[in-house]
Design a protein around this ligand. Structure first.
Ligand code: MOS
Length: 728
């Protein structure tokens, strides 16, 4: 189905199942431990062996020698794979560094060997006997130091280009009120609960991989490219994922090494990246240095807005697209954005939940708060003065829907914003200085081609199959709801099967595009199945109403299941998009409100309450969507207050490379969260009229916390995380 005109009324609009706060259909399996994660497929392939990954002990240089004899003789060892044993390997399109290094080392803890043994303990013990001598060379690890060597990012992605509208330097120079500030965000880790893990099994030329991956079709393509084998010979299954946050978008070393280990040992091999290895072996969100300049009239109209961001990555990598929101969020005739990328020899930087906007808004939305103060304007009033219904860089492009103002209005009322005292340090409670902070949330809505297969059997059971993944987001449930609504059956009549490359290729889970796009693909397949059912029953498909397990037309009513009496009916389709997302800017909006208390003696910050108001198209399931948003707000609290990968600038690695040293928020850090979804249906986004929401919740929340801390204390911290030492 081609989606190239705004959506009209369709069966989803009945909202009998879609839009309802249904429990997760996979919930019982998860809480009873019967949902199998990648490392838990104990019974799918006989005679499984265990792999243990050895990571490089230097950040840059070469392996001078590698001695495997002692490890080979260790009890239980079946095989050892290094780059030498593996032979020629290519690099997948989406990988920056090689997944198995040698002799060159590109980053610390880059995998250099896999030891395969009968048991995990034997593999681990033998791995400690692998003797590697390195010849290190000098690397570059300090973003701040080499910032000025940054270059314009290469590549044909237009979002990497500088943007210039009007005369930014002139307008900024002559502005009546100006702000010119720099902000920094640190390297951050996804730190998902389930490590990257894979079970690999070969049958002749055919490779089957049970893994934990957000984008099954990308994984198949990159694995085929890496091994130099046909995509047809690879099957990836990733039905349950214990968190991804972007860290599992791309093929990682566990997948490749499990496959190589299984080939060498002639046995199925499972590999889970050891927790202390994950942070330096896999990807992270790169640190940024951001300079923001805003010029405005005395009344608060922005006349000039500029945002530059510097970040680093390995050679061939990409920048953190931290200027993305500044192109679209506020009006202003003269504007510029630019990103500069420096080469660093730290581990690979890549996407982490809301790449771009998450760190970008952490800077921009403090800058807006600072500017409001200079103008003696309420922070919300200043933002509203500069609201826009069109793309500020291309005024001929309206937003498909933009309810930013309504988010602020509803949020201010619910939060009690009018009780805020503008002067810092004036609100107190016991030993705490109380502060209120606000920030805009913004994240683009990307639409992706997505396919599904739907079938109906003689019992009236509807089965949906698509390679879409559920990374804890609720994909199973909203896909089930979509099929139930389209075919007029109860949700329990729908079986949803996900995460298998044998199924039609979907949008996958990334960039908050999965919810809208994958359900739109299921919608398209259901439209076809409805036609097949109508034809089978001799009903005009234009008249057919699917309801209550029946198909009705005029005064006829037949059980849906009767269409499959002589055998199952199956339909498959893919939603494809025209250029509605070019003629109309599609974005999601929100407002974050935060109250903090900062201890007058210790400067410890405690969040007292958080509120997010979101305008993100139709909310397909308010329960799972709320979980996404509160999870994202929690992650934003981590980014604001505690998360930071500490860089060893001499040796070039992240020092706090496990969950003991990388601090993330716990329940006690998050006392109260509230989420309001504005009523919104966006006919430009898809037949579902939904948009992404999974990443919106992290966007802006860090700045709202920073602004609340400023309101409490009068201390403006521009370097995240805002730890107490920065407030004293
Ligand atoms: Mo998201 S960072 O694209 O999984």
């Amino acid at each position: 189905m081609k989606f190239d005109k705004p959506a009209t009324d369709n069966p989803i609009d009945r909202l009998q199942v879609v839009g309802q706060p249904r429990d997760r259909i996979d919930g019982a399996r998860k809480v009873t431990g019967t949902a199998r994660y990648a490392y838990e497929h104990h019974d799918v392939a006989a005679n499984q062996a265990y792999g243990y990954v050895v990571g490089a002990g230097i950040a840059k240089g070469r392996i001078a020698s590698i001695k495997l004899d002692a490890a080979r003789k260790a009890p239980g060892v079946l095989a050892i794979v290094t780059a030498k044993e593996a032979g020629k390997l290519n690099k997948g399109k989406r990988n920056t560094a090689r997944l198995l290094a040698g002799p060159e080392i590109e980053h610390y803890h880059q995998a250099v060997a896999l030891v395969v043994a009968e048991s995990f303990e034997q593999a681990r013990a033998a791995a400690s006997l692998v003797e590697i001598a390195y010849a290190p060379t000098k690397g570059t690890f300090d973003l701040k130091k080499v910032k000025d060597s940054g270059k314009k990012p290469e590549g044909d992605d237009p979002s990497l280009d500088d943007t210039n509208v009007g005369d930014f330097p002139g307008a900024f120079e002559s502005a009546q009120v100006k702000l010119d500030q720099s902000y920094t965000t640190p390297d951050e880790s996804h730190a998902m609960m389930e490590p990257h893990a894979t079970l690999a099994a070969w049958e002749g030329e055919r490779l089957t991989l049970w893994t934990s991956n957000q984008m099954v079709a990308w994984g198949v393509a990159d694995m085929a490219a890496t091994l130099g084998i046909s995509k047809d010979n690879i099957r990836i299954m990733s039905p349950f994922i214990g968190g991804g946050f972007g860290g599992k978008l791309f093929l990682r070393s566990d997948v490749l090494l499990a496959a190589l280990g299984a080939r060498a040992a002639k046995r199925p091999v499972k590999v889970a990246l050891q927790r202390p290895l994950m942070i330096n072996n896999t990807t992270h969100r790169p640190a940024t240095i951001q300079r923001i300049r805003i010029g405005a009239t005395r009344e608060g109209k922005i006349t000039a807005i500029g945002h530059e961001s510097w970040s680093g990555d390995l050679p061939g990598g990409g920048p953190e697209v931290a200027v993305q929101q500044t192109r679209l969020l506020y009006a202003g005739a003269n504007r510029m954005t630019a990103m500069r990328l420096v080469e660093l020899d730290l581990p690979e930087g890549n996407a982490m939940r809301a790449p771009g906007e998450a760190p970008g808004l952490m800077a921009l939305e403090i800058a807006m708060d600072e500017m409001a103060e200079k103008l003696s304007l309420d922070p919300i009033a200043f933002r509203m003065l500069n609201d826009t219904q069109v793309d500020p860089e291309k005024p001929e492009r309206p937003f498909s829907m933009r309810q930013l103002g309504e988010c602020f209005r509803v949020g201010a009322e619910r939060f009690g914003w009018s009780r805020r005292q503008a002067r810092p340090g004036t609100m107190r409670d016991g030993h705490g200085l109380i502060g209120f902070g606000v920030a805009a949330a913004f994240r683009n809505n990307i639409v992706m081609k997505s396919g599904a297969r739907v079938s109906l059997d003689s019992q009236g059971i509807v089965t949906v199959e698509t390679d879409m993944t559920d990374i804890g987001t609720g994909s199973y449930t909203i896909i089930g709801q979509t099929a139930a609504e389209m075919l007029g059956v109860d949700l329990y009549k729908v079986v949803v099967r996900l995460g298998d490359s044998a199924f039609p290729v979907s949008a996958g889970s990334g960039g908050q595009w999965g919810g809208n796009s994958a359900t739109a693909g299921v919608y398209a397949a259901c439209v076809k199945l409805r036609e097949a059912v109508a034809q089978k029953l001799g009903i005009n498909s234009g008249e057919a109403v699917f309801e209550g397990g029946d198909v009705k037309a005029g005064n006829r009513s037949l059980p849906l299941a009767s269409a499959a009496a002589s055998g199952p009916l199956t339909a498959e389709d893919t939603i494809e998009y025209g250029d509605l997302d070019e003629t109309h800017q599609q974005s999601t909006f929100g407002a974050h409100f935060v109250e903090v208390s900062v201890d007058t003696a210790t400067a410890e910050t405690r969040i007292r309450r958080m509120l997010a108001v979101c305008a993100a198209g139709r909310i397909l399931n308010p329960k799972t969507a709320r979980s996404q948003v509160i999870g994202a707000m929690t992650m934003g609290a981590g980014a604001a207050l505690m998360e930071e990968l500490a860089v060893d600038k001499r040796r070039g690695f992240f020092v706090n490379h496990d969950l003991a040293g990388y601090e993330v928020p716990v329940h006690a850090d998050i006392p109260h969260q509230d989420v309001i979804f504005l009523d919104e249906t966006d006919p430009m986004s898809s037949p579902m009229k939904a948009k992404g929401v999974g990443e919106l919740g992290i966007c802006g929340v860090g700045a709202a916390i920073a602004n609340a801390i400023y309101n409490a204390t009068g201390v403006r911290v521009r370097d995240y995380p805002i730890t107490l030492d920065k407030l004293i």
